[in-house]
Write a protein that binds this ligand. Structure first.
Ligand code: GCV
Length: 678
């Protein structure tokens, strides 16, 4: 009785979310605890930086979960051995060379067995980074309370480069707070460039742990916008900044994460006042080579550059009459001798050039074959801009001779900021599994994946606690693109809130309904961009007619080949034909591809106008349901996190009501037809 009360008190200890899902709590099941405790905290590994970090993390988790304090590793008795095959006899005895090779450079094998009369677990891999990934995997098993007695797991990531992209704006003088994050809703930037390299904020270590737990291997630390409106990101590659980059790279290195930075295409001009940034100019080529050599001399494992060029005011090669490939290649050539990469963004459009969704494809598809091998075209999931619903970009799989990076947005720019729960795992899963061109899924067409981060200096990292589920889901899908988003959500709920079944079920159900709920009360049927220009949050349909195509007769944008902008024609079959046809077009994208009369009938018998009305009301109802369901968890979650989420869910309802009023009211006025709703 007393034990039960103590356990409950322990479980419900107030939490602020700082630990994310890396919460290591005493295992409540005694038998399981004893099983874990039998390994003591014997984690045997050779002393190398990544293995040191792996061992430290595993010991930290084991000590807390099994309730044993950390003990010295003697190398005898039951133990967990981590490393390469030749690092320890138990690893070589339990795992064959072939098994390790099969998992590729970053995969791992985890196996329980016996060696020299003792029970052992081994984590084996072809690289120390693989061991690190295996370590976080084993820790998850412990957190989930699973038996490790017969453990036999092997995993390897099909996508080689997995990156976090921060849109943080560096400020040289930043010491404590103040540097902003573009589209960041969780406070200010936690990179205190002014303090580096003399002081390393402890949060940076936890950030590196977070990236490793997401099993990422690259991170871009600054915004792709580097110079407009006084931004200073372009300065990161100046000689003055280099010691700061060295310090950040040193924090990341033991966690297997390579440092990348966003650079400005005009860097030769901005940084060293060259008269031109023309990629065909030998002096410009030399400048990039020297800059790369300077950086690599200080940071030998530097990852490379991300570039937003000829896009939204960021300069690029078009000014000199050069193509995007010529622009990317001059930078890629400078990085190549050092093993670096350039990720070149495909987010280009010109309002004067007609329908913007067609433009990435028409700009880049003809350049297939022109990019060098270490250049990758970084493409947003959809052709517009991270809307709640878009078709998948036609560029994926359309350039078989060009490396491609999928860019997803973890930060909820158009999906409710830090105010709305909107779990994006199901959307990303659909994107990765979609084949815009005959059978070639996005997941199989890409060699890299990037997620625009949702973290800031908010104590819980993401502002809305439930937004941590998106951070988690990105890591999971980057590692295993086919993993069901339902499993990811349930797993995150358990890691975050513990093992109370009711809590897991309610949290998972809210997460899984949240994307559709948000879509319903903002923009169903593929209508995009109803938010106010600039804030991307407040409903503003009046000023967004260019995107939703609403007029007195109907709504939607005609992107057919027959009568519209022709975007549907950029897909391979069967999608070209389906999107082209009003009747075959998936209804969730109907208004993205077609301008239809308000009276157009949907499969459920409703007119498009009624559907808009009904879905907005239904979306609000879903949001209210989240509040009701969350209330049932009172007392089952610690007060601090319970209240934090409760307040946000209540705010979400009010905001959903605003959306419903604004959009339904707008269409009622425009069409002159009132909703048939009570
Ligand atoms: C970083 C949209 C966003 C911008 C963002 C841009 C991009 O336009 O609103 O904040 O800039 O996309 O992805 O480059």
């Amino acid at each position: 009785m007393l034990f039960a009360a103590l356990t409950l008190a322990l479980v419900l200890r107030s939490e602020d979310g700082y630990e994310l899902w890396l919460r290591y709590r005493l295992e409540a099941n005694q038998a399981r605890r004893a099983e874990y405790a039998s390994f003591g905290c014997m984690v045997i590994a050779p002393a190398r930086p990544v293995l040191n970090a792996s061992r430290e993390e595993l010991v930290r988790a084991l000590a807390a979960i099994s309730g044993t304090g950390p003990r010295a590793s003697t190398g005898v008795g039951s133990a967990i051995y981590i490393g390469l095959r030749n690092d320890a006899a138990p690893i070589a005895a339990l795992v064959t060379r072939e098994e390790i090779a099969q998992q590729g450079p970053e995969g791992f094998v985890i196996r329980a067995g016996e060696h020299a009369g003792h029970r052992v677990i081994v984590i084996a891999a072809a690289s120390d980074a693989g061991v690190l990934h295996g370590t976080f995997r084993l820790i998850r098993e412990l957190q989930l309370g699973r038996s490790v007695a017969a453990l036999n797991l092997s995993e390897s990531p099909p996508i080689g480069r997995r990156m976090a992209n921060h849109w943080d704006n560096p400020v040289r003088t930043q010491h404590v707070t103040g540097a902003s994050i573009e589209r960041g809703y969780a406070g200010d930037s936690f990179f205190k460039w002014g303090e580096l390299p003399d002081r390393i904020d402890p949060r940076l270590h936890d950030w590196a742990r977070l990236l490793a737990a997401m099993r990422l291997n690259g991170v871009v630390v600054n915004n792709v916008n580097t110079a407009k409106r006084g931004l200073e990101g372009w300065r990161l590659i100046t000689t003055d900044y280099l010691p700061k980059l060295v310090a950040v790279a040193a924090v990341l290195r033991p966690y297997g994460v390579r440092l990348f930075v966003s650079v400005n295409f005009f860097s030769p001009v901005l940084v060293d006042e060259l008269p031109t940034a023309d990629p065909a100019d030998p002096a410009v080529q030399r400048w990039w080579r020297q800059k790369a050599a300077e950086i690599y001399a200080a940071i030998p494992d530097f990852g490379g550059f991300l570039v937003k060029a000829d896009s939204e005011g960021e300069p690029g090669p078009l000014k000199y009459g050069r193509t995007h490939a010529e622009g990317a290649n001059v930078i890629a050539a400078a990085l190549a001798p050092h093993g670096g990469e350039v990720h070149w963004r495909a987010f280009v459009y010109d309002r004067a050039n007609g329908d913007r969704v067609t433009q990435a494809y028409t700009t880049f598809a003809p350049l297939d074959g022109d990019f060098t091998a270490n250049a990758s075209l970084q493409i947003k999931n959809g052709p517009l801009d991270f809307q709640v619903r878009e078709p998948v970009s036609t560029l994926f799989g359309a350039m078989s001779k060009t490396r491609q990076t999928l860019e997803l947005q973890i930060t909820q720019e158009y999906t409710g900021h830090d105010k709305h729960v909107c779990y994006l795992g199901p959307m990303w899963h659909e994107v990765l599994g979609f084949a815009p061109h005959q059978g070639r899924t996005v997941a199989s067409a890409i060699s890299a994946i990037a997620g625009v981060m949702n973290t800031g200096d908010a104590r819980n990292w993401t502002g809305h606690l439930l937004a941590q589920a998106n951070t988690y889901a990105f890591g999971e899908l980057a590692w295993t693109p086919t993993r069901p988003p339902e499993d990811i959500a349930a797993e995150w709920a358990q890691l975050t809130f513990g093992r109370d079944r009711r809590v897991i079920d309610v949290v998972t159900a809210i997460l899984l309904q949240s994307w559709h709920a948000y879509e319903d009360y903002t923009g169903p049927l593929g209508i995009g961009f109803l938010t106010r220009r600039g804030d991307h949050f407040t409903p503003d349909p009046e000023n967004r007619a260019e995107y939703h195509g609403g007029d007195v007769h109907g709504v939607g944008v005609d992107r057919t080949v027959a009568t519209g902008s022709g975007y549907a024609g950029q897909y391979g079959e069967p999608w070209r034909a389906r999107y082209e046809s009003r009747t075959q077009c998936p209804e969730e994208l109907l208004l993205f591809f077609h301008h239809v009369p308000y009276s157009h009938r949907l499969k459920n018998g409703r007119s498009v106008l009624d559907e808009i009305y009904v879905r907005h009301v239904a979306g609000v109802e879903s949001a209210r349901g989240f509040v009701r369901d969350w209330e049932t968890l009172r007392g089952r979650i610690d007060d601090e996190r319970f209240e934090h989420v409760r307040i946000r869910l209540a705010e979400q309802v009010r905001h959903a009501e605003d959306w419903c009023r604004a959009v339904n009211g707008y269409f009622e006025k425009l069409s002159g037809v009132s909703p048939l709703l009570p």
